[in-house]
Design a protein around this ligand. Structure first.
Ligand code: TXA
Ligand code: MG
Length: 336
């Protein structure tokens, strides 16, 4: 199959392909998504095959408005409040599903995750096609999510009809996945929208208030959530990822400048990496959390292409705004 690279000028073509049940990679503000209409089981099946995705891991349905969300799920008062505040944006809500969503989209569950993406091009496509798009991240299952059209193309070339280039994704890690049960919000996957903001929007107490260690928080959030996707390997490049919590954890490491690279925010870590034998060329430095998030997956792909086999990745200090980034680094390193 030839994969066409399309741009904003080709929207009509993208709409026609999607209406026809074909797979098209589309930009979102978080990561690139592998889109297909969410109401045809045989079309959705191809997503699982092309990604090598386990059948028990459900997909997020992308819609262009709250009205359209209500076509595929029962939008209750909480969901309406959350969408009004955070959509379009990086928040996916797990809601009771209507039978308009193909059963394999939700992996047989009675619920479906719904999101209104922030990228205007993709919202326009959904609106014009007048159908929700089931769209997982556009990577082979278990690997980092592409945040540029060219990385998405290298993951999926020859397996999808087209890639719509909408530029680099603004945020760089996937949406927060949230469920509200008995009026209590639970984060199934941390992202840019934090529990603090969610509780503020719903005027409810923060259920994560009890102080826990970072690993404990992430494990308990994910275990309690029983989000199907969290059981599987995720975000891993073809190199060993080593999460680095502090300078002392790499003080005694012997760095090989050909094999090893490092991503960090802390200048001291960069200095120790070089002192231990690391090369400047293998160093990727972010000045703040947003930039780190924006670059993380692209740096993984770059490190793979450059042939590095070990990646030391700094865990940014724990705070509400670093939960998403810490979760992805923990998982990429296999420590959750
Ligand atoms: O930012 C994003 O969310 C990106 C862009 C493309 O929108 N999409 C994305 O999709 O990350 P995916 O398939 O890679 O991850 C979807 C996550 C998985 O962890 C899955 O288990 C969870 O959402 N999920 C989907 N439906 C669910 C449901 N009904 N109940 C619980 N978790 C669900
Ligand atoms: Mg994914």
């Amino acid at each position: 199959m030839q994969t066409h690279i399309l741009t904003a000028d080709d929207i009509d073509r993208v709409v026609a392909l999607l209406k026809n049940g074909e797979l098209v990679i589309v930009p979102t503000e978080t990561v690139y998504g592998l889109g297909v209409r969410c109401d045809r089981e045989e079309a959705v099946d191809r997503i699982f095959r092309v990604k090598g995705r386990p059948q028990d891991n459900p997909l997020i349905v992308h819609v262009s408005s709250i009205d359209m969300a209500d076509r595929y799920a029962y939008v209750d008062e909480f969901a309406e409040r959350l969408f009004t505040r955070f959509a379009p944006g990086p928040l996916s809500l797990v809601l009771p599903a209507r039978d308009t969503v193909a059963v394999n989209v939700r992996a047989g569950l009675p619920t479906v995750a719904i999101r209104i993406p922030g990228h205007p091009l993709t919202r326009r496509i959904i609106e014009q096609a007048d159908v929700g798009l089931a769209a997982p991240s556009a990577n082979q299952s278990g690997r980092p999510s592409p945040t540029t059209a060219s990385s998405a193309l290298s993951e999926m070339k020859g397996r999808v009809s087209a890639v719509l280039d909408g530029g680099p994704c603004e945020l760089g890690i996937e949406s927060t996945v949230l469920v509200v049960e008995q009026r209590i919000p639970r984060i199934l996957r941390p992202g840019r929208v934090t529990m603090e903001e969610i509780c503020d929007c719903l005027s409810c107490p923060n259920p994560l208030y009890r102080k826990q260690s970072a690993a404990e928080t992430l494990t308990s959030v994910n275990e309690a959530a029983a989000s199907p996707g969290t059981r599987h390997v995720h975000y891993r490049p073809d190199a060993e990822v080593i999460a680095v919590e502090s300078v002392s954890s790499i003080r005694s490491v012997r760095v090989d400048s050909k094999r090893d690279c490092m991503f960090c925010m802390n200048a001291k870590l960069a200095a120790v990496f070089r002192l231990r034998g690391g090369d400047q060329a293998g160093l990727r430095y972010a000045t703040d959390v947003q930039t780190y998030e924006f670059n993380l997956y692209e740096w993984f792909f770059e490190a793979e292409r450059s042939g590095y086999t070990r990646i030391f990745v700094e865990l940014p200090p724990e705070s509400p705004t670093t939960q998403g980034l810490r979760d992805r680094i923990f998982r990429a390193s296999g420590s959750v």
